[in-house]
Write a protein that binds this ligand. Sequence first.
Ligand code: FMN
Length: 293
Amino acid sequence: MLEVELSSLRLKNPLILASGILGSYSSSLNEIANDAGAVVTKSVCFEGREGYRNPTVINWKCGLINAVGLPSPKALDFANELKKFSFVSPLIVSVYGKNAEEMEKLAEIFEFANAFEVNLSCPHVKGAGIDIGRDPELSKELVRALKSSTEKPVFAKLSAIHDYVKLGKELEKVEVDAITITNTIPGMKIDILSRKPILSNLYGGVSGQAIKPIALKCVFDLYREIEVPIIGCGGITTFEDVLEFLMAGANAVEIGSAVFYSKKIFYSLKESLIAFLRANNVRIAELIGSAHR
Ligand SMILES: Cc1cc2nc3c(=O)[nH]c(=O)nc-3n(C[C@H](O)[C@H](O)[C@H](O)COP(=O)(O)O)c2cc1C
């Protein structure tokens, strides 16, 4: 009842675990995979990265602010760990790198992935993520390199603070298979007693409810301008949020911060969506983009 198409993937439901939320272990991903339509891994680069020292995550009233600094094992070690993934849902490996050669190596190491998501949007690591997304030519080169090294779908994850319509259109030229939007949005918090920024990196990325209206507008704007499927991400905590993203034009959604509050969120969203579809006698495909008609 909840099946959706996402490029060549067929998902049992449109609810995808967002990147970076459950660390780098297959056992954590397996816990979510039964109920989720797909799972995205922590972002990984070829060499691996240590990340920042604590404090790296702040839980504040409207969501989280994090600057974990893209910590991940080396790609080969991460690939070995991911071989324990259950594959009851598709595995989307989130990757980042500086050049085409690194992308080609990542495609080979993670050849067992069902799809890739290129991180062009992490806001707190210099020279990675959002900095790469600011350069449309480099972004295209990376997506092109990955696409030419794998038969699997390649998604690109953009930021709300990019010129995302322009970047989305550029990436369509190199046949990106879907656009995910958004990553966390830059922000910070200051401790009023020490009068200092709390995060060791000074600023981080805001996620959770605070960013939902922003992410929703990104999906709505992109749906009008691009042809490839869109994956909406940012602040989704309820089934009503999921419906809004579908109506704005998303084929699927990614859920991140809400998992910190309940690991059962995929199950409860799925059940609520089924109840909504039945009560309104509507098919999920009819909802996608319906706010534009
Ligand atoms: C602790 C933490 C780590 C994250 N790590 C990554 C990452 O490695 N790669 C990535 O593309 N996004 C990462 N994100 C961003 C999420 O995937 C997601 O885009 C963002 O949190 C917005 O969704 P949400 O409001 O549902 O959390 C991370 C978010 C958090 C909170």
